[in-house]
Design a protein around this ligand. Structure first.
Ligand SMILES: [Zn+2]
Length: 179
């Protein structure tokens, strides 16, 4: 029987942010561990070491780091056959969600500030994209001559930029609402 439906590796925005957070905490190896935990739900250190090819001692170090940021949690589960306790690690999804949410909010704030800047300023350019854009004030100060190449500065239509920013902001807002 095929399990391809269950294991579709589609990466959502949330998941890529999750891996970014893991990577900031413990590098590529932390990403491997988080991916494995995401797939399995819970796993022992031995299982994780085997799947990720990370040395057990190194693996523990990274797990404790992830734990200190509340991204993973541990639990003891009694084996039904042997009666022994098995030590498992699992992702703390709620915590991850709030980390991801906070990150999205920061991105949203930055985009909104950028949109405000674009909407409240007129821009000028010399037709050479390497020279960049100048605000009206900067253009006046330079007598409408490009400070880097000397070309004549003309009005720059930023409506496409505004449109793209508004689209992104709308998308992020919807995502934040539906979580
Ligand atoms: Zn120029």
């Amino acid at each position: 029987m095929s399990t391809t439906l269950k294991r579709q590796p589609t990466i959502s925005v949330d998941e890529s942010l999750l891996y970014k957070v893991a990577s900031k905490i413990g590098g590529e190896e932390a990403v491997k561990i988080v991916k494995e935990l995401k797939k399995r739900g819970k796993a022992t250190e031995e299982e994780l070491a085997k799947e990720t090819d990370i040395k057990l001692s190194e693996l523990r170090k990274i797990l404790f780091k992830l734990h200190s940021f509340s991204l993973v949690t541990s639990e003891n589960v009694q084996d039904t056959k042997t009666g022994w306790l098995i030590f498992y690690w699992r992702l703390q999804e709620d915590q991850l969600k709030s980390v991801v949410r906070a990150q999205k909010r920061r991105i949203l704030e930055k985009l909104q500030a950028r949109l405000e800047f674009e909407k409240t300023h007129d821009f000028f350019y010399c037709n050479d994209k390497h020279c960049g854009r100048y605000t009206f004030e900067e253009a006046v100060e330079n007598f409408f001559k490009c400070p880097s190449c000397g070309g004549t500065l003309q009005h720059f239509d930023n409506s496409k930029i505004i449109e793209a920013l508004e689209k992104k902001i709308k998308m992020l807002k919807e995502e934040l609402e539906h979580e």
